[in-house]
Design a protein around this ligand. Structure first.
Ligand SMILES: [Zn+2]
Length: 275
């Protein structure tokens, strides 16, 4: 769904890499913006286009609304391929992305300054890049290291409204950006100590298990694309965690448990309490 250009070698000066809990100089204007009311139309966008919104409790909804408002306000949004960006697009994308922040200390995806939106699938902006043996291709999304997130609006809308496919383009691409926080695009996350070690154990075991099952010709829940690299594995596993959590827990219990700690929310409980 979304090949990723190989990132440049991480430099010894990790610009853009900041602790997720670092204080922000923008705290004051943010606090003031939080006092603004959430426009009625924006509630409708969340209700219509972010399936999970109906599953959240009141506190989670309030946090999602506040986080989404800040992401909408602080990112640069650009339409591509003739598309004019609307509030609905911004709120829908921000609402889906901020599901990933509900349980985390975070800085509003600080690494991402720009979000580019195409009406539908687009050709990669980096024509020089392609996987070995792959020609130029249409993409639905791309997360560029030290660059923008690029999304196809039709896929954002369809997958945001209906999680039953197990796919979510926004979660996939923003998961890459969480992966990039530590300066590497390899599935390692900004975890510390034993949690980081445990994540590496689970990531390695599950990634190689998937590759082995694919080599043996099995159909897999995570799919072939997740086996192309560890960053794609993490991004795809994040999609499944938020869209088909019970199935992920059933088939990949260790992976589910680790993602539960990474995201600190419980999608299984959300879906179990579904009205
Ligand atoms: Zn990807």
């Amino acid at each position: 769904m979304l090949p990723l250009p190989p990132p440049p070698e991480p430099t010894s000066e990790p610009t853009g890499v900041r602790p997720r809990s670092s204080p922000s100089t923008a705290a004051r204007p943010r606090d003031e913006s939080m006092a603004d009311s959430f426009p009625d139309a924006w509630f409708q966008f969340l209700k219509s286009n972010v399936f999970h919104y109906q599953l959240l409790n009141d506190a989670e909804r309030t946090r999602l609304e506040n986080d989404a408002r800040i992401v909408v306000a602080e990112k640069t949004w650009e339409g591509c391929g003739g598309l004019t960006v609307t509030d609905e697009m911004k709120v829908t994308i921000a609402g889906q992305a901020c599901l990933m922040l509900l349980g985390r200390e975070h800085n509003y995806f600080r690494r991402i300054s720009t979000i580019l939106i195409y009406p539908s699938a687009f050709r990669t902006i980096d024509e020089g890049w392609q996987y070995e043996g792959w020609g130029p291709m249409a993409l639905e999304g791309q997360a560029v290291y030290h660059g923008p997130v690029i999304l196809a609006w039709d896929a954002v809308l369809a997958e945001g409204r209906d999680p039953s496919s197990g796919k979510n383009l926004v979660i996939h691409e923003f998961a890459h950006q969480l992966d990039f926080i530590d300066g590497y695009a390899d599935g390692t996350l900004d975890l510390a100590g034993e949690e980081a070690e445990r994540w590496q154990e689970v990531l390695n075991a599950e990634y190689h298990r998937l590759r082995r099952e694919i080599r043996q010709g099995h159909d897999t829940f995570l799919g072939d694309y997740a086996a192309t690299s560890k960053t794609e594995f993490f991004a795809t596993a994040s999609e499944r965690f938020f869209t088909q959590p019970a199935k992920l827990r059933h088939l990949h219990a260790s992976l589910y448990d680790m993602l539960l700690r990474v995201y600190a929310v419980s999608p299984c409980e959300w879906f179990a309490a579904r009205p």
